[in-house]
Design a binder for this molecule. Structure first.
Ligand SMILES: Cc1ncc(COP(=O)(O)O)c(C=O)c1O
Length: 397
């Protein structure tokens, strides 16, 4: 696809993304390949989606096998992959009473959670979320998202959302009322610039929710399934921050569209027939893909690997802070890391890295995010760090 063909694409596809000027033709492992066959080391992973890398053979095989057997029945009937996947997820969470609703994306998983808590707690309709959060682009999840710049064109937003500063449990305690159904938080804010809260935050929020009879909903769409060096981000706090409801998507399908809302206790059984639905959600093919993903994460020790390789990458990024003027800090957990830059140059750095064969994401004007596949090793980190060091030398600070 030439530059002219890309321009033509922009005349037929809605311009909701500022795309990078490259067309990818295929992917394998840590690399995407453009049409000339040039490899690009992928430290974006489709925004924390292709946790196993591209074209993972086990996922490809599972999808091909299932597609040849049964693709779609609707949710009017039982299918085995859905039953197996729901059991796997509740098992991983250690929630024997847990139940799953399968959706097609992260926004839909959150949309389900927002409806679920209202149904479970009649008369309570408000959700408290955090400034800087990101929960999706449907109207409800946009209203939950604590980024007013994304709201402007779409007012009036659905009512029932309050925002408080992230990493401030007292601010939540101060606004909980008899109308509050849920507190909705990310264990690490991803789209908000990879913001890690203090150690006491989530446990304190859990206590507030318990004391006030409010659901704790954790959006693990980005942090879930090994990304932060735990199966789920909340597990970093042992049993002190276990949510009532969790949303998952992204890595669950390694690129196949699937989301999941998992609930326990009174929330698990709140929905009845007709309360929520999706025609293709939880279909056999995406569930087969997700089962293969979970097998690989478990079988290949990728949670532990994310922690170990994440430490290595983090140290390398810290080295860039020491030796270059532009980056000023490193933050994040596991393989969800960010470089804070001293100026709004993240796009320039990402563009320069692209031309050197490295994909990184400018998650905010002054923040570069790194969320590579969980399968990467030290060699890939060294390759990325080498390109970044070169690129950073050429960008004015
Ligand atoms: C924490 C979080 N929640 C929800 C979403 C929305 O997911 P999706 O784009 O699959 O709707 C995202 C996407 O980036 C996310 O990072």
């Amino acid at each position: 696809m030439s530059a002219t063909q890309r321009e033509r694409t922009d005349t037929v596809v809605m311009p909701t993304y500022r795309r990078y000027p490259v067309t990818f033709a295929r992917g394998k492992g840590f690399y995407l390949y453009d049409e000339t066959g040039r490899p690009y080391l992928d430290f974006v992973a489709g925004v924390a989606v292709t946790a196993l890398g591209h074209a993972h053979p086990a996922v490809t095989e599972a999808v091909a096998r299932q597609a040849g057997r049964l693709v779609h029945t609707s949710n009017l009937y039982y299918t085995e992959p859905m039953a197996d996947l729901a059991g796997r997820l509740t098992g991983l969470l250690g929630w024997p009473d847990g139940r799953v609703f399968f959706a097609n994306s992260g926004a839909e998983a959150n949309e389900c959670a927002l409806k679920l808590v209202r149904k479970a707690l009649p008369g309570r309709y408000e959700t408290i979320a955090a400034w800087g959060s990101f929960h999706g682009r449907t109207m409800q999840t946009l209203a939950a998202t604590g980024q007013p710049a994304k709201w402007e064109a779409f007012r009036p937003l659905p009512p029932g959302f309050l925002h408080v500063p992230y990493d401030d449990a007292a601010a939540i305690g101060a606004v909980v009322s008899a109308a509050t159904a849920a507190v909705l938080l990310e264990p690490v804010q991803g789209e908000g610039g990879v913001v890690v809260p203090g150690e006491g935050y989530l446990p304190e929020v859990r206590s507030i929710c318990d004391a006030r009879g409010v659901a704790l909903v954790l959006d693990e769409v980005q942090t879930g399934l090994g990304r932060t060096g735990e199966w789920f981000g909340f597990q970093a706090y042992g049993d002190r921050a276990v949510p009532d409801v969790i949303s998952l998507a992204k890595a669950l399908g390694n690129g196949f569209p699937i989301g999941a809302c998992v609930a326990r206790g009174r929330y698990a059984t709140a929905f009845g027939p007709g309360d929520h639905a999706t025609t293709v959600g939880g279909g056999p093919v995406v569930c087969a893909a997700a089962l293969a993903v979970l097998d690989a994460i478990e079988g290949d020790g990728l949670v532990e690997r994310a922690r170990k390789v994440g430490d290595y990458l983090r140290q390398g990024l810290a080295g860039l802070v020491e030796s270059h003027a532009l980056p000023v800090a490193v933050r994040g957990k596991g393989l969800l890391l960010a470089l804070q830059l001293g100026s709004d140059s993240a796009r320039d750095v990402a563009m320069a890295a692209l031309s050197e064969g490295l994909l990184v994401n400018d998650v905010a004007p002054s923040v570069l995010r790194f969320c590579p596949p969980l399968t990467i090793g030290e060699a890939e980190c060294d390759e990325a760090l080498g390109i970044l060091a070169k690129v950073l030398r050429g960008i004015p600070s």
